[in-house]
Write a protein that binds this ligand. Structure first.
Ligand code: AMP
Length: 209
């Protein structure tokens, strides 16, 4: 199964992707996680990405495309993958298609998680992640256990200001990939408002449809 999760920042892509990959037994490939790891390691890629990310801007296409096309060639992705956060622009979608076609592969499904803009800032500002387990919490909606609170991470770009920029970028740059996949007949939509378990069930239902 080769699939993509699309949605605005704070839609729950990371949380849901982590659950879906268990269900479908495919690797979770998050462009944001890969870029954050590169920034932390201080690699050339990380140095290029850092400023763009902090401001809530997109990292240039050529940088991200190269990183993802290399990643999906790895043996663990031979039977499928869950892409989270990529593609985020039309050129990225076109480059992914060309690479898959060259490998005689194709995408099975692209799912958009829909959440109204008004909810996104609160979701992101309250978001915290556990560096030891990768679990994503929300201070109000999914509070972390007290004993791990001190080690939790709040992303640099989960401020109200950066989320506003990221949401605007989503509408300007990423939303145009939706008609692209609609035309290919592989686009599905899921309501991303509600209890995370219910949303997982909605996702599984449309993916298996
Ligand atoms: P995410 O974790 O998916 O919210 O991504 C965090 C940040 O990483 C984004 O705001 C961008 O700066 C950068 N990023 C992640 N994926 C991409 C992509 N496909 N294209 C460009 N920039 C990206």
């Amino acid at each position: 199964m080769r699939m993509i999760l699309v949605g605005p920042p704070g839609a729950g892509k990371g949380t849901q992707a982590a659950r879906l990959v268990e269900q479908f037994r495919i690797p979770h490939i998050s462009s944001g996680d890969m870029l954050r790891a590169a920034v932390k390691e201080g690699t050339q890629l990380g140095l290029e990405a850092d400023q763009h990310m902090k401001q809530g801007h997109l990292v240039p296409d050529e940088v991200v495309i190269g990183m993802i096309l290399e990643r999906i060639k790895k043996p663990d992705a031979a039977q499928g993958f869950m892409l989270d956060g990529f593609p985020r622009t039309r050129p990225q979608a076109v480059a992914l298609d060309a690479a898959l076609e060259a490998a005689h592969q194709a995408l099975d499904v692209v799912v958009v998680i829909e959440v109204p803009d008004a909810l996104l800032v609160e979701r992101a500002v309250g978001r915290r992640s556990d560096p030891q387990t990768g679990t994503i919490y929300h201070l109000k909606y999914n509070p972390p256990p007290k004993e791990i609170e001190s080690r939790l991470i709040h992303r640099d770009d989960d401020t109200a200001e950066a989320v506003a920029t990221r949401t605007a970028k989503y509408h300007a740059d990423t939303a145009p990939i939706i008609p692209y996949y609609l035309e290919k007949g592989i686009l599905k939509r899921v309501d991303g408002v509600g209890n995370p378990d219910d949303i997982t069930q909605r996702l599984i239902a449309v993916i298996n449809d």
